[in-house]
Design a protein around this ligand. Structure first.
Ligand SMILES: [Zn+2]
Length: 44
């Protein structure tokens, strides 16, 4: 899931798989679909 998060007065979209922040929601979703982080550390 891409999670909207506010930082420095801007809304960013965070890839929950790897924690990457992207400015654009579409781009974040596209990233997430191709994200190869299979095991987020916080789930272990
Ligand atoms: Zn990612």
């Amino acid at each position: 899931m891409v999670e909207p998060t506010e930082r420095d007065g801007m809304t960013w979209y965070e890839c929950e798989e790897c924690g990457l922040l992207l400015e654009d929601q579409e781009e974040a979703r596209r990233h997430e679909r191709n994200c190869d982080a299979e095991e987020p550390s916080y789930l272990q």
